[in-house]
Design a binder for this molecule. Structure first.
Ligand SMILES: NC(=O)c1ccc[n+]([C@@H]2O[C@H](COP(=O)([O-])OP(=O)(O)OC[C@H]3O[C@@H](n4cnc5c(N)ncnc54)[C@H](O)[C@@H]3O)[C@@H](O)[C@H]2O)c1
Ligand SMILES: [Zn+2]
Length: 364
């Protein structure tokens, strides 16, 4: 079992990572929360797989638990579904001293977290993430949100969890596509922050693709550690937290063009990272050899590197509507070498178009 601390003063919390942790969530929450009453938010799929186990663990500690299920899918991460959970909270008389517990992937975590942030001006929130993406990224850091029909995550808040409980065993039931989507974020962490992690990914592809328990523990632990460090330094994304957006400005444009259906988030991040790597190489920031290693790693982890054939100008235009754009300036996080990054807001349009073109013509 690994325990990490997200150091945020009085809002500090632990991330606990282990195989088989679901059986212990009752004890772990009881030791870290004053709540007696819990509202467990999940979706029908995740609840059918793990609901009973979690409820047994919670009732073993005497918690009074209500369950609210939201439909499965990104298209339900909206304010209407969040309101239904809030209605449920009002109906059961959830109190200020109660807690919302999210059991599921990033969609459930983001929506349940927003409910916890809004209900009675904010009640305690506990994350039990069950996808790789949620375990390495979305459950840590306190960004909670739902989508608006005009844009992703437009309605949100910062609301840190009281604890993040990660059971790596839950990844056994995840679809291949969702598992790979999480790996897209793992590769992002390695390129932006950690050359050793990158080498580990290069050397353990088989173990990783087979979801070997020790590989999972290592990856999740390292990514959570990296994210905790970044979040502790910059909780509200005024500076260094932006680095977590490596590959995301390109990636968000691709997700948007594909109406959030064609590519998973991690696939889009993988392609976006490749485009960012080409751009870095053209700007003489990243060596030819490192560019090649990035493309090779993505391919060997079964992640897409080649961008779709959408005209580069369309991709560029969609990049400009990203909510991270400030004063119409694209601020890009670019790999400086494997394991470090730089932020640039002075890259001319033609260079970005050229990088997109290059990433569209990778030989498979
Ligand atoms: N808050 C943040 O900082 C942050 C960061 C990155 C992404 N996100 C958000 O996360 C969301 C994507 O999250 P996601 O990739 O986890 O998608 P998701 O929550 O939709 O989960 C993917 C699928 O896996 C299923 N599932 C979940 N756990 C499972 C399990 N253990 N076994 C089998 N199936 C399981 C889900 O029901 C769903 O069908 C997006 O909405 C994105 O905006 C948030
Ligand atoms: Zn992401």
């Amino acid at each position: 079992m690994a325990k990490l601390l997200v150091d945020l003063g009085e809002r500090s919390y632990e991330i606990i990572i282990a195989a088989g942790l679901l059986d212990k969530v009752g004890d772990l929450i009881a030791a870290r929360s004053g709540a007696n009453q819990l509202l467990l938010v999940s979706n029908p799929l995740v609840f059918s797989l793990y609901g009973e186990k979690v409820l047994t663990a919670l009732s073993g500690q005497g918690f009074d638990v209500d369950v609210a299920l939201m439909p499965d899918g990104e298209s339900y991460k909206n304010i209407k579904e969040a309101m239904k959970i809030i209605d449920r909270a009002v109906h059961i008389g959830l109190e200020r001293s109660s807690a919302v517990v999210a059991l599921g992937g990033g969609v459930v975590g983001d929506l349940a977290g927003l409910v916890a942030a809004l209900y009675q001006r904010g009640i305690e929130f506990i994350q039990i993430p069950t996808t790789l993406l949620a375990q390495v990224d979305s459950s840590v850091g306190g960004k909670v949100a739902v989508n608006h029909r005009r844009g992703k995550n437009l309605i949100g808040a910062f609301h840190q969890p009281a604890v993040v409980l990660i059971d790596t065993d839950t990844l056994a039931t995840l679809s291949v596509r969702d598992y790979l989507s999480g790996l897209g974020e793992v590769v992002k962490y390695a390129i932006a922050f950690d050359a050793d992690l990158f080498t580990y990914l290069e050397q353990h592809q088989e173990h990783i693709l087979n979801r070997d328990p020790s590989a999972l523990q290592h990856l999740i632990q390292r990514c959570c550690q990296l994210k905790s460090i970044v979040v502790a330094r910059d909780e509200r994304e005024g500076g260094v937290r932006m680095s977590l957006n490596l590959g995301h400005t390109f990636g968000h444009a691709l997700e948007k063009i594909g109406h959030y259906q064609e590519h998973t988030h991690g696939e889009a991040v993988a392609m976006g990272t490749m485009a960012a790597a080409f751009l870095s190489n053209q700007l003489d920031i990243l060596s030819e050899d490192e560019l090649r290693r990035i493309g090779f790693l993505l391919g060997s982890l079964h992640l897409p590197a080649k961008l779709p054939d959408t005209p580069a100008a369309t991709i560029y235009r969609n990049m400009l509507t990203d909510k991270k754009v400030q004063a119409k300036k694209l601020r890009l996080v670019l790999p400086e070498a494997i394991g470090s990054y730089t932020i640039r807001d002075d890259v001319p349009r033609h260079m970005i178009i050229k990088a997109i073109n290059a990433a569209q013509h990778i030989q498979k």
